[in-house]
Design a protein around this ligand. Structure first.
Ligand code: GLA
Length: 389
């Protein structure tokens, strides 16, 4: 990456490199913007932002994967509107960094990512967080503020009403651990996963066009559910506040049927996160697997954010030897599944699922081992800066 930087920008004087990971969410889907619980792990797939000062008042962004450079006047950042382009992510972040009082310095930035784009592994948050660190260039910002800044930028500049999960785990990821995030208090707890299991993501290689608009619809449907539930329980400010599935069923009849199904998913999913964490602590692998499958079915039938490719991967994973459970992960409508299985079963699983998927969809799915990795940071050793180009 350093050689590519030199070729592109001429000099590597003052170069600093920042890394932010993608994630796979084990369980707790579409709960974050309802202020509930999620359980992601940060991956060893990551986005790297290499930055050094520019002398000409410009901010230059080059993506190795896109093979594209865009140039902006630092003085004009506040006037920019979204261009519906990958640079919206770093530009939105630069504006938020500036709003917090950290002046944006002219810079030449090179971006390289090993997080597959549009795969549900949070390539956007990895780009946001690595860019934020590059813009800050070592100036101190509390980790939680960093995550919130990146979420704000995605909501306000990119225009997706996302929750905090992806940015939070990219900042707070930890090696060997999953992270249970309480999306209301914004606290987290490290969850050590039991021995004898590992997680693998399988990429459908598709992202259906519906993803963006359906996400906004789900956010609105959850808000409508809260308004209806408040007629009976005024203290419910978000679906997180519904105490139990029983409490929810006592008011479900007040909601239009589709809205009731959406809310039922969120309420039951929050309970599944708690049960998954408790089962994990007790080493109850079968129960953990069943909770993953229950989560998928709820996303498939009640929340309706799955698709034929994801359902196929889940259905074909479950009978394979050594598999405990499988579900879609991330926003849905394509992207990846996550499968929990015995470590010794990974290779046979990968071969078998790839074969079935190819036969059905004529596409080879990419498969990633989910090795829980550390959160965003500056990369100082040349060994850990990827060699590309
Ligand atoms: C996307 C969003 C997250 C979260 C998930 C679904 O990844 O960015 O905030 O809502 O979808 O769990």
């Amino acid at each position: 990456m350093i050689e590519t930087y030199r070729r592109l920008y001429g000099s590597v004087d003052g170069l600093r490199v920042f890394r932010a990971p993608g994630r796979v969410n084990l369980i707790g889907e579409h709960t974050d913007y309802n202020f509930g619980f999620v359980l992601p792990v940060a991956l060893d797939l990551a986005t790297f932002a290499a930055t050094a000062p520019a002398a000409d008042g410009k901010l230059r962004l080059h993506s190795i994967e896109r093979q594209e450079t865009r140039e902006f006047d630092v003085a004009g950042l506040a006037e920019l509107s979204p261009a519906h382009h990958w640079t919206d992510y770093p530009i939105g972040v630069a504006r938020e960094v500036a709003r917090l009082g950290f002046a944006i310095q002219p810079a030449n930035i090179l971006i390289h990512s090993t997080v597959p784009e549009g795969s549900g592994l949070s390539s956007s948050a990895a780009l946001e967080v690595s860019s934020a660190l590059a813009f800050l260039g070592g100036r101190e910002l509390a980790p939680l503020e960093l995550a919130k800044l990146c979420q704000r930028s995605e909501r306000e500049f990119v225009g997706i009403p996302c929750g905090i999960m992806d940015q939070y785990i990219s900042v707070f990821g930890r090696e060997h651990s999953a992270v249970k995030i309480d999306c209301r208090s914004l606290d987290h707890q490290l969850v050590e996963l039991p021995d004898g299991v590992t997680f693998v993501a399988v990429n459908t290689m598709v992202k259906h066009a519906l993803a963006g608009s359906a996400y906004k619809d789900r956010v609105a449907e959850c808000a409508a559910a809260v308004t209806a539930i408040q007629q009976e329980f005024p203290s419910v400010k978000s679906l997180r506040d519904v105490a139990s599935q029983d409490q929810f069923e006592s008011v479900a009849g007040l909601l239009p049927p589709v809205v009731a199904r959406r809310a039922r998913h969120v309420v039951s999913e929050n309970e599944r996160v708690e049960r998954f964490v408790a089962s994990s602590a007790r080493g109850e692998l079968e129960t953990m697997g069943k909770l993953l499958v229950a989560s998928h079915r709820s996303l498939q039938y009640d929340y309706e954010v799955s698709c034929a490719e994801l359902d196929f991967l889940v259905d074909h994973a479950l009978p394979i030897d050594g598999v405990y459970g499988s579900r879609m992960t991330g926003g849905g409508f394509g992207g990846c599944t996550v499968t929990m299985l015995r470590p010794g079963a990974v290779e046979a699983f990968a071969a078998s699922i790839a074969r079935s998927y190819e036969r059905r969809f004529q596409v080879t799915p990419r498969i990633y081992r989910c090795n829980p990795s550390g959160g965003a940071r500056e990369v100082t050793s040349s060994e850990t800066i990827p060699a590309v180009g």
